[in-house]
Ligand binder design. Structure first.
Ligand SMILES: Cc1cc2nc3c(=O)[nH]c(=O)nc-3n(C[C@H](O)[C@H](O)[C@H](O)COP(=O)(O)OP(=O)(O)OC[C@H]3O[C@@H](n4cnc5c(N)ncnc54)[C@H](O)[C@@H]3O)c2cc1C
Length: 344
């Protein structure tokens, strides 16, 4: 008999399982498709903050999660022996216009109290960033030290190994025992919508690519809505498309070529790099665009952890913590904006 059964072995399910196992609970994770088979099995792995202004519960939650991430992933690696490829390498963003330069400078000021001096957001001259700098029409870049990177597949494997090292089971089928946590990604949002008779959320497809290019410790770049993320294994990930309408969840097509072209326009030196993988997956998007965390609206002793959408990896450490508080200790620290009741 286990204390907690988690349905879904993506980053949300595994983070909840890990947080529960780390507190001594016996956990079982069930996923018929295996570890990281959904959107958590991708390539990009940008752990990047929202802009430091107009603060709200979601931004505060994400900030805490990003700050927790370094210690969280270090412990996961220590316990399970598998590297998630985490490093807080920062981020560069070109500043395209005089107006956006003004906002970037204003955000450098608001970042100080909002980020509590735990990370900085600065406007720098493009020359300061060296050869890896993206092109910037104004000659300036935003450099933040909060952004980190991590290999999504490495992170899922690292969490799975850590759960197992703490005595947890990860299986493709099995009994649902104890408290049940549904972390079943976009398919879970679709079936919840069906059960509730109203739209709770759905899936938004994304395509991404991996280049062979050793830039391991350089900052990630966010330019023209494209993430360019160097990883420690000598690759650079590029993503992503955002497709509400799609037929084949895992197919890649010319929309990805357009993302790659935008990446090359921002960083021309990428042009000669070999594309070694193209990948697509479907992000779980709640109607609110915020995560959905809390008790299941229809079933006793059941819970939901879903809606990571575009920042699921960045949110995962804090999601694990607040869900373990709720499931194991009946302590509810979940922001009100993340409650399913806000969608009803
Ligand atoms: C192209 C792309 C790029 C992205 N880039 C980033 C990024 O840079 N940074 C970031 O933070 N996030 C990024 N994301 C978002 C991130 O991948 C997601 O937010 C995150 O993976 C969601 O995790 P999850 O565990 O909720 O869902 P998933 O990883 O989809 O996991 C859900 C799991 O549930 C399983 N399942 C479904 N139904 C059942 C059932 N009935 N019983 C048991 N198991 C079931 C599925 O097999 C699946 O493994 C990106 C996503 C995409 C697609």
């Amino acid at each position: 008999m286990v204390d907690v059964t988690v349905m879904g072995a993506g980053v949300f399910g595994l983070s909840v399982a890990w947080a529960c196992a780390a507190r001594g609970a016996r956990v079982r994770v069930i996923d018929p498709n295996g570890v990281g088979a959904g959107s958590s099995g991708g390539l990009v792995g940008a752990l990047a903050p929202h802009t430091p202004e107009n603060w709200n519960e979601k931004k505060a939650f994400q900030f805490e999660s990003l700050i927790m991430a370094e210690a969280f992933w270090a412990e996961v690696e220590l316990v399970g022996g598998v590297s998630p490829g985490y490093a807080r390498t920062g981020r560069l963003q070109p500043i395209p216009t005089a107006r956006s330069l003004d906002s970037a400078r204003a955000r450098a000021v608001t970042a100080v109290p909002l980020w509590q001096s735990k990370a900085s957001w600065r406007v720098i001259d493009v020359a300061e960033a060296g050869a890896w700098a993206p092109l910037s029409p104004t000659g300036y870049l935003i450099h933040d030290t909060l952004s980190a990177r991590m290999r999504p597949r490495g992170a899922a494997a690292a969490l799975a190994a850590a759960v197992k090292a703490r005595g947890g089971e990860i299986v493709i089928s099995g009994l649902r025992e104890g408290k049940i946590v549904w972390a079943t990604g976009w398919q879970g949002l679709m079936s919840l919508s069906k059960d509730m008779g109203r739209l709770i959320g759905n899936g938004v497809k994304g395509q991404s690519a991996l280049l062979r290019l050793p830039r391991a410790n350089l900052p990630q770049i966010f330019a023209d809505t494209v993430h360019i993320v160097p990883h420690e294994d000598g690759t650079v990930a590029i993503g992503s498309t955002s497709e509400r309408e799609f037929e084949d969840p895992s197919a890649t097509d010319d929309q990805l070529d357009m993302v790659l072209a935008r990446a090359v326009a921002a960083v021309p030196s990428l042009e000669s790099s070999m594309v070694i993988e193209r990948w697509a997956g479907v992000r779980p998007r709640a109607k609110s665009r915020a995560p959905i965390l809390g008790v299941h609206p229809l079933r006793n002793d059941e819970f939901i952890a879903n809606g990571g959408f575009k920042i699921g990896f960045g949110m995962a450490p804090k999601v694990g913590q607040v869900m373990a508080d709720l499931v194991l200790e009946d302590r509810d620290e979940i922001p009100s904006d993340f409650k399913l009741t806000t969608l009803l």
